[in-house]
Design a protein around this ligand. Structure first.
Ligand code: ADP
Length: 377
């Protein structure tokens, strides 16, 4: 295969992937840790693999790095099959959760280590270490010992060490997982800044959906070794292809039923319990199929009166739980014919448990997926 046939059209430009997984498989005994994963990473993008623990994210990263070999499929880096290329020849920077710094060496010697391995001259090493420390905004600490530094500073040293030999590709495997929330957020912004400033493609791994959304140009959601969907964050959130993706990102209500016409609505999902949820006519092609309506908790408004406004869907229920969360008030509302309770995130805290309410939402906010066709209805 040549670069000519792997172009992906992106607007007017053709973009060639820097990393390509072609039906990659990694097995451990009976388990497919990665299960026929096809993935293209574009040059200079900040891509995140997102998924629950054990879904195969690290295995994908380790396979790209060459730390493990795959049992099926192929991995190409810059159009070259890398199965016989050892890690140290792949020109990849890596930062993992265990930073693997040498605690009793100076910062300088830690960062210089990969350059010494590559047998660079002394003056060149000094220059590059100093540049790397500038990039991660840690000037003037080169002579300190790593064990004297704070967690956040150590993180930056690990980052500097991974960047000091100008890799084309930087792999981040939950490097901020052990940091407290404030430091984690600081490092996330640091990665965004760094990605803007230097010419590097980044593949990041996290189970934290907010981190994935903040950082990434695109996100790949993993589930049990499979890649469920690859999209920009907003697209994943608004137009999930599967129920799993919808449930993993944000708070959603997933309501199963048969997509039908003639239930007093143009098109509706009718639940086994008999509740009728109007949906937009763009989902008409899935008529008579079992589908899942996805309704985001923050898209639902509560009121004691029925709005009866055009384009707004209404359904009656009774508040069962009310939790004040600060920015929002979280409710669970019992609705006849719908299991489980409907989750609502509202700015309005006026509804006590036991109150009869109307739930309403703009009809076009209901998204419909049909798992049988593996994606959007
Ligand atoms: P994630 O990074 O999403 O948490 P991993 O890629 O680490 O998931 O693991 C995917 C699956 O492969 C898990 O079920 C894990 O237990 C299994 N696995 C990973 N590495 C090994 C290994 N060296 N030996 C056996 N099973 C492994």
């Amino acid at each position: 295969m040549t670069t000519k046939d792997i172009g992906a059209v992106d607007g007017a430009k053709t973009v060639y992937p820097i990393v390509r997984l072609l039906s990659a498989v990694k097995t451990y005994g009976q388990l497919n840790a990665i299960d026929h994963v096809d993935l293209d990473i574009r040059p200079r993008e900040l891509f995140t693999l997102l998924g629950p623990s054990g879904s195969g994210k690290s295995t994908v990263l380790r396979a790209i790095a060459g730390l493990i070999s795959i049992d099926g499929g192929r991995i190409l880096i810059e159009d070259q099959d890398v199965s016989n290329i050892p890690t140290f020849k792949r020109n990849i920077g890596m930062v993992f959760q265990s930073l693997a710094l040498f605690p009793h060496m100076t910062v300088f010697n830690n960062i210089a280590f990969p350059l010494k391995m590559r047998r660079l001259g002394r003056a060149e090493i000094a220059k590059r270490v100093s540049e790397a420390l500038d990039i991660v905004r840690l000037p003037r600490i080169a002579e300190r010992q790593v064990h004297e530094l704070s967690g956040g500073q150590q993180q930056r040293v690990a980052l500097a060490r991974s960047l000091v030999y100008n890799p084309n590709l930087l792999l981040l495997d939950e490097p901020f997982g052990a940091l407290d929330k404030r430091l984690r957020e600081e490092m996330q912004l640091e990665i965004v800044r760094l990605h803007k400033e230097i010419d590097v493609t980044i593949i990041n791994v996290t189970h934290d959906q907010v981190e994935a959304m903040i950082l990434s140009d695109r996100i790949g959601v993993m589930n049990e070794g499979r890649l469920e969907q690859v999209s920009a964050g907003e697209d994943l959130y608004r137009r999930p292809k599967t129920r799993f993706v919808a449930e993993f990102l944000g708070r959603s209500n997933c309501i199963d039923g048969l997509l039908q016409t003639g239930m007093g609505e143009d098109l509706a999902i009718v639940t086994p319990g008999g509740a009728v949820l109007a949906v937009d006519s763009r989902f008409a092609s899935a008529e008579n199929r079992t589908c899942t309506a996805i309704l985001r908790a923050e898209d639902i408004a509560l009121s004691t009166t029925n709005s009866e406004a055009p384009g707004i869907a209404d359904i009656a229920g009774r508040v069962d739980l009310r939790l004040f969360e600060g920015e929002t008030v979280y409710y669970e509302v019992v609705v006849d014919g719908i299991e489980p309770r409907i989750r609502v995130a509202s700015r309005d805290g006026a509804f006590a448990p036991g109150t009869d309410v109307w739930l309403s939402w703009p009809r076009e906010q209901v998204w419909v997926v049909n798992e049988a066709s593996n994606g959007q209805a």
